[in-house]
Design a protein around this ligand. Sequence first.
Ligand SMILES: [Zn+2]
Length: 512
Amino acid sequence: MPHVGGDLMWKTFEQPANVKEKHERVLGAAMFYAKVGDAAMVYTGDYNMTADRHLGAAQIDRLQLDLVITESTYATTTRDSKYVREREFLKAVHNCVASGGKVLIPAFALGRAQEICMLLDDYWERMNLNVPIYLSAGLTIQANIYYKVFINWTSQKVKSTSTTRNAFDFKNVRSFDRSMINASGPCVLFATPGMLTGGFSLEVFKQWAPCEQNLIALPGYCVAGTVGRKLMSAKTPAVINVDKNTQIDVRCQIHRLSFSAHTDDKGIMDLVRFLSPKHVILVHGEKTNMAKLKEKIESDLGILCFYPANNESVPIPSTLYIKADVSKSFLKSSLSPNFKFLKTISRADADERAKSSVQVYDDRVAEGALIMQKNPKFVHQNELMVSLGAENHEVLVAYCCPVCVSDELKDVAPSPGENMPPVLDKHSLVHLLYTKLSNDFQDVTIQNDGDHLQIKSFTVSPCLKEMCPHRIQVNPDCTSNAVNFCCTWSMEDEKLAWGVISIMKDLELKTG
Ligand SMILES: [Zn+2]
């Protein structure tokens, strides 16, 4: 089908300045499919291609897309397998609480905290642990309400167990109270906000970080400039500046989890490969990482990729499908098969004799022209002029060729004056030329209608004009005895024409 370009304009708008807002969308993550005419695009929110505990892996139909806009938060970090990551995390938490330490998991309200909670709750039951797991107030109430309301959206595994046990009613999880921060004994605490950008989680961090027994587990991505980000690259013990006036002597262990609901490099590549759009726009990421991902998408998948800055416009050529009629001759021209025979030689391992087989392909190409009018139509190229109601312009080449006549013809035909060629009537000249050319061109048909000769598109007739625009030179051998013949032909018979003319130049016309 023909693709006719129109332009769709997509514009990226400034992200909300509040980092927290950006990262609280996980449960509500969605992919939007938009179609205008035949132009189609998908916009993905936060998505994850591996099956999370609480949400089914991103499901999306195969669509004919002009554009996919995707986030690129984890543009260059391919995560370990989920199982390995979970095991390492559980081991770190278990070791910490077993030696009497406290575990702090800074998390945003929705999504990931619940997944990690389920993981720990399961583990606690399996290992028969009774160390308390706490959620800070905001996390418990808000998130669990959402999950109970939207349980139908969640993955099959959660659904099938929900009749016997609601996966979000955690057995070992309880609410945390501020007064418990400095209580003795091990515990696990989920506290908002994630990335330790301030608030309750930062307050707890200040208290717990100086103790070597404790553990800070950071789930996923931390924006540059946050305390969480500083911890990710820190080697303990380290002094971390929390704000202008506060320095914390961090001696606790730090575990970095890749549990974020945000997608990663592999997830993005899988989705883009699956959707196979014509263009990709990366948003929501760091510039250097996006540049790397762009390169990967373009080189590995051959898909044009952009990562515009905020408020930058990117024109994307879009698709337009045209329903067109097809003429009978076009249809006919595309009906004949175009077989290609491919000989394949395979060598059997047992004996060294090569076995060959022939594979047949029908490699059809139908060529025609699409006429864009009220009812678009495909026609065969031969029909094009008629369909357009246009006249066919043919390019003819002309040459006025002098041909020598013998002296004896002078006797037959009277000369109009001294040193003038004899004037023979047209028919005689044409007949004489016909006789000569018939000898030289035995394999082509020469038509003689009396006034002119015709070989394919090449026509020749005597030229009696004194000044012919097609006459370039006179024959130097017989200036006085030359008769001119005007020749015309169309481009496709160029070679034939010059073949005839070269013979005419060497001729001497005579009677008999
Ligand atoms: Zn002429």
